[in-house]
Design a protein around this ligand. Structure first.
Ligand SMILES: Nc1ncnc2c1ncn2[C@@H]1O[C@H](COP(=O)(O)OS(=O)(=O)O)[C@@H](OP(=O)(O)O)[C@H]1O
Length: 836
């Protein structure tokens, strides 16, 4: 071997010295050249290590084209054969098999981003080559890594022109992408710790929220589900010069399609900037084909789609906070596609993935951070007799981060997540609990209804006059309130009667009502602090939705403002919130609590977590009354209970917030809800008409908000994903009327308050037909709630009531199991049914 080396020959032979010198020189020059080359390349690609989580960026239009302002149309139209992707990026057979196995135990760590990175094969001819450099105008998601450039070189890039604006349509091949499994899913633990669920199912799938010991059912379950994902990146900056740019890509195991364009703006004049991106599999590629279908051994099936969302914030400011909210909205397909899904099938979707960011700046080390993202949608019963639409959001914990001391720096974040929808055919549940839910096969919950209470129109049909005559429903409850401590009837009647009169002021509507925003409690007429009144600037934010708002707000607006603000204490965010349910008795409870010296509550419903969230926590805090040490701040907004975003939002405000839900027989609650709407819109159709999709077939319209709100088990599930049950108190709306002191004792204990509001505080007012509040030792006048509380309900067809009872029965029993408490609504109904 040594003999073959030219140097050996050179030195062994009697070569001239000049030749030896030349040989040595050439070796040195070569070495020097390679050293310099090496040095240059490391200067060129200093962020190579960041390539793990940075995706190749492109200015992506909604139609799937890449825009680059610097490209000239005449130079970019071409199509080139693809070249093989590098071996490291090819899906290995093993990995593909792994993906198809639908293993739910896959760790998120197994999803290396290098595998996720799209392999883009590009071909270039002559001057057609377009370097997709970060600095190009109109570009997003900057990544100048060597890895990225290699990807681009190896990509299959189809470049075409589109009118005056140059654009490239990108056809990116992606390797197999197995979805991540969240390592920490709070929903799983809350479900598992729940007594009802725990006893019925020892093993719960943390991702799907289904029992993992499902028995096999129909294996032909298809999942005709489309998915829309809304990702929103916000940057809150403290100085000028911030810019936020975002782009998004959708990918699946089989392809990767850019679906949305850059959003970019400077934040100088727009301190809270939001880049909102909607990705939909519907537009170009339904999940049928884009997503991967996985047949499962337990008879269920699932589809997945993976999305990548890139965001970049460039900053010259001192500090930046950025937040991301993702919600997946799986939607059911048109009714005809649903035929494959048998009645009793269930659908559930989840979202899981990771947020990875890197800070890139002079003062900041390039250290990637990773945050897991996960969320789970509600359990959806699906039947063949359903509406043509249906979707639901998947509540996803908001991720946020703050970066400080930034000068000319940028943060690049990639969100890589998988939306997974799983359908479980009828009969695949072997638990009594879920079978009872499956039996309500004619129910499909309407998407818009579930997603957004305020925007939902509960009366979409032809209007008509209600046919039924009024019937005072509350009477039956009072007849049963045998242990109720009544005051001397004559005295009470007169006092309460006049008291009630003084509470009823002339009707004020709209602006007028808001201008006269009052904060005086119904029961406690001690003048409230001015701070309890909504500031003028806030009133616009509390605009009423006449169909969905509670009347409490309206009535509060009729009170006279009293300006005697105690200037001591401070405004705090609420530590306890009455989150529901509408028409459950929430006002009665709050007003009773306000008589407690250690409770301070805002009189109106702030609707912060459903309608005014974008106004920020400071706005919310400002609505609150001042408190001193030892006092708790409260508010009530009953619509929170049915607002999908509310649990996550309240959790992100303070995860130890105490939640109170006043629940009431869902049938009576629905009638009460309807009565409220009827009082404002007498022209609406009858209850009987609105309650059915098809009355002949007996199909209940569960998308009607008045009925949907009463499916407590469904809504509670969303809350259990964020809060342990020990943090939620369920108050019986019926007992709040029949024995308010007892319910108040429970509430005070739950809130850690002294038991001050006792039976001495209440008396039953026969005229009002409800308990009213009095001060202990008979000081002060008795106070009853206003006339919008305890309305006379219209008489409803008994057959309709019967059908509704049947409809709610399985949901009620599920709710009893979830809460560990039997609210006895079936028993109440039976009694009122037989006695009536
Ligand atoms: N003490 C007392 N006085 C009057 N009304 C009482 C009381 N306690 C509970 N209730 C019941 O409260 C029902 C209204 O519930 P909410 O206050 O939650 O309604 S709202 O959502 O705020 O609009 C209201 O419903 P309707 O009877 O249908 O009007 C009452 O039944």
């Amino acid at each position: 071997m040594a003999r073959c080396w030219p140097g050996t020959i050179l030195f062994s032979s009697k070569a001239p010295r000049k030749l030896v010198f030349l040989f040595t020189l050439s070796l040195s020059v070569t070495y020097l050249f390679y050293s310099l080359l090496n040095c240059y390349s490391s200067l060129q690609f200093p962020l190579q290590d960041a390539s793990d989580f940075l995706q190749p960026e492109a200015a992506i239009s909604p139609t799937g084209t890449i825009r680059s302002a610097s490209l000239k149309p005449d130079t970019i139209s071409r199509s080139v054969p693809s070249q093989p992707a590098p071996r490291s990026s090819q899906p290995s057979p093993g990995r593909t098999a792994q993906g198809k196995s639908a293993s739910r135990n896959r760790s998120s760590g197994s999803r290396s981003s290098s595998r996720r990175a799209p392999q883009i094969n590009t071909s270039r001819t002559n001057n057609s080559t377009k370097q997709l450099s970060p600095e190009q105008p109109g570009r997003i998601g900057v990544s100048s890594t060597k890895e990225r450039q290699r990807s681009l070189l190896e990509s299959n890039l189809e470049i075409s022109t589109a009118g005056a604006t140059s654009s490239q349509s990108i056809n990116v091949k992606s390797p197999h992408v197995p979805p991540a499994t969240p390592t920490d899913n709070p929903s799983a633990s809350s479900l598992q710790s729940h007594p009802g669920f725990h006893s019925a199912n020892s093993n719960w799938d943390p991702l799907s929220g289904f029992p993992s010991n499902l028995s096999a059912g129909d294996s032909d379950a298809d999942i005709p589900v489309t998915v829309k994902v809304v990702a929103e990146e916000r940057s809150v900056q403290s100085g000028a010069g911030n810019r936020l740019r975002s782009s998004v890509e959708k990918s699946s195991t089989s392809d990767r399609i850019p679906v949305n364009s850059e959003k970019s703006s400077t934040l100088d004049s727009d301190p809270i900037h939001a880049a909102r991106i909607e990705i939909s599999t519907v537009d170009s590629d339904p999940i049928h084909s884009a997503g991967e279908k996985v047949s499962r051994a337990d008879g269920a099936a699932e589809k997945r789609a993976t999305f990548i969302f890139l965001a970049q914030t460039t900053s010259t400011s001192e500090s930046v906070t950025d937040q991301l909210e993702i919600s997946g909205i799986p939607s059911h397909p048109p009714a005809q596609d649903l035929e494959t899904l048998k009645a009793g099938s269930h659908l559930r979707s989840s979202i899981s993935g990771q947020k990875s960011s890197i800070l890139d700046g002079d003062l900041i080390p390039k250290k990637p951070t990773k945050v897991n993202i996960s969320g789970k949608g509600p359990l959806y019963p699906i039947g063949t007799e359903t509406s043509s639409e249906g979707n639901h959001t998947i509540p996803t914990p908001q991720t946020s981060g703050t970066w400080d001391r930034i000068t000319n720096s940028s943060r690049r974040t990639s969100y890589d997540f998988t939306v997974q929808s799983r359908a479980f055919p009828a009969g695949s549940f072997d638990t009594k609990l879920l079978n009872s839910v499956s039996s309500t096969s004619s129910v499909l919950l309407s998407p818009s209804a579930v997603r957004n209470t305020s925007g939902y129109n509960p009366f979409p049909r032809e209007s008509g006059k209600p046919e039924s005559a009024p019937l005072p429903i509350t009477e039956t409850i009072y007849d049963k309130a045998s242990h109720y401590k009544q005051k001397d009837s004559t005295e009470t009647w007169e006092t309460a009667s006049s008291s009630a009169e003084t509470l009823i002021s002339p009707d004020l509507e709209g602006d007028e009502a808001y201008k006269s925003m009052r904060s005086l409690s119904y029961w406690d007429r001690t003048p409230l602090a001015a701070t309890e009144m909504i500031p003028e600037s806030h009133t616009g934010a509390l605009e009423k939705d006449t169909q969905e708002s509670s009347t409490a707000e309206e009535e509060l607006n009729r009170r006279f403002p009293v300006n005697c603000t105690p200037e001591y204490g401070e405004k705090k965010l609420p530590q306890a919130i009455i989150i529901g349910v509408k028409k459950g008795g929430t006002r009665a409870l709050l007003e009773a609590l306000r008589a407690h010296p250690d409770v301070r509550a805002v009189g109106v419903e702030p609707h912060f977590f459903d309608r005014n969230y974008e106004k920020g926590l400071e706005w919310y805090r400002d609505l609150m009354p001042r408190t001193i040490d030892g006092q708790i701040t409260m508010e009530k907004t009953p619509s929170y209970f049915v607002t999908n975003e509310a649990p996550q939002r309240i959790h992100s405000m303070a995860k130890d917030t105490k939640l109170i839900v006043v629940v009431r027989n869902p049938v009576t609650r629905a009638i009460s809800d309807y009565t409220q709407t009827l009082s404002k819109k007498p022209e609406i159709p009858t209850f009987e008409v609105l309650a059915f999709k098809n009355r002949t077939l007996g199909l209940i319209d569960a998308s009607w908000s008045a009925l949907r709100i009463g499916i407590y088990a469904l809504h509670l599930e969303s809350w259990m994903q964020y809060f342990p049950l020990s943090q939620i108190l369920f108050v019986s709306g019926e007992r709040l009327i029949s024995n308010p002191a007892e319910e108040l004792a429970k509430v005070q204990d739950f809130l850690g308050l002294r038991r001050i509001i006792t039976e001495k505080y209440f008396y039953f007012n026969k005229t009002k037909g409800f308990p009213c509040l009095k001060k202990p030792e008979d000081t002060g006048a008795p106070r009853c709630l206003g006339k919008s509380k305890g309305r006379t309900h219209p008489k409803i067809d008994p057959d309709v009531i019967q059908r509704l009872r049947k409809f709610y029965k399985p949901f009620n029993s599920m709710f009893y199991q979830m809460t560990g408490e039997d609210f006895q609504w079936e028993k109440d109904e039976l009694e009122s049914w037989t006695s009536g």
